[in-house]
Design a protein around this ligand. Structure first.
Ligand SMILES: NC(=O)c1ccc[n+]([C@@H]2O[C@H](COP(=O)([O-])OP(=O)(O)OC[C@H]3O[C@@H](n4cnc5c(N)ncnc54)[C@H](OP(=O)(O)O)[C@@H]3O)[C@@H](O)[C@H]2O)c1
Length: 257
């Protein structure tokens, strides 16, 4: 029989869950997974924010289930896992993308600022991994993709909690990979560079920082959310079956400079 590598990228029949899928990178990755054939559960704090991504995925002829959940709250996370299992009976792919940032000098950072960022970006990833992991361990199969950042490798400027949270996401990825590889669960991360989304809106309009950042990117441009589709589909698919505990940097060359 003729071999065809492209069939390993096909996600037909798979159930994917994407947190923070209402806009930005999460929305693009949810649509990318649907383009590759997956049915997609799209998650965010507000159901009304999910209507656009729901329509796009339905337009591709895939099933879509929008769910409201604050990933930092265990009751919300358990609630969506129950709903997903009721509707789809399994979870093949989990993309932990939901994230926020608060940009302030450390001396002005309140306890509440710190807690909000860490609870969303780090505790949220832990809770979603743990609860979906229970399902995947029973299935003896699963793909988890955490969204890290360049700030998983460097400290950034005026984003202490964000950098701490993303450093944590990188090592949480490796910790879960170590524990769960034996259950046939691949746990990897994507570290995006600078992408144009609502999260980075202020930086885009910062007359000092924006030119500094552009001049530091070898490709000379920011990423578009669609630039992540190929990487997320690869890590969600059988094409990456022997990769685990890895962080793929998608940054136009920034980190290598
Ligand atoms: N943009 C970049 O350049 C860049 C670079 C590196 C890493 N990242 C990471 O990529 C991820 C997505 O970033 P983005 O730029 O696309 O951000 P964004 O445009 O601000 O989108 C963030 C998403 O997360 C959701 N969200 C926020 N808090 C949540 C919570 N507690 N529970 C559930 N959903 C929540 C938001 O939806 P609702 O408001 O509807 O809840 C939204 O869908 C983040 O983890 C970010 O740190 C981004």
């Amino acid at each position: 029989m003729k071999k065809n590598i492209l069939k390993y990228f096909n996600l037909e029949g798979k159930t994917a869950v994407v947190t923070g899928a209402s806009y930005g990178l999460g929305k693009a990755m949810a649509v990318g997974l649907a383009e590759a054939g997956a049915d997609v559960v799209v998650v965010s704090r507000k159901l009304k924010n999910l209507s656009e991504v729901k329509n796009e995925i339905e337009g591709l002829g895939r099933r879509v289930l929008p769910l409201k959940c604050d990933v930092s709250k265990i009751t919300d996370v358990k609630n969506i896992i129950n709903k997903i299992l009721k509707e789809f009976k399994k979870i093949d792919i989990l993309v932990n993308n939901a994230g926020i940032t608060i940009r302030k000098e450390a001396v002005k950072y309140s306890d509440n600022d710190w807690d909000r960022v860490i609870n969303t970006n780090l505790k949220g990833v832990f809770l979603c991994c743990r609860e979906a992991g229970k399902v995947m361990i029973k299935q003896k199969k699963g793909k988890i993709i955490n969204i890290a950042s360049l700030m998983s490798f460097i400290g950034g400027i005026t984003i202490p909690a964000y950098s701490a949270s993303k450093g944590g996401v990188a090592l949480l990825t490796k910790a879960f990979s170590n524990d769960w590889a034996k259950y046939n669960i691949n746990v990897n991360a994507i570290a995006p560079g600078y992408f144009k989304t609502p999260l980075t809106e202020k930086l885009l309009h910062n007359k000092v920082r924006y030119p500094q950042i552009i001049s530091r990117i070898p490709m000379g441009k920011w990423g578009k959310p669609d630039d992540l589709k190929g990487t997320v589909v690869f890590l969600a698919s059988e094409a990456s079956n022997y990769i685990s505990g890895h962080i793929i940097v998608v940054d136009g060359g920034w980190l290598g400079r």
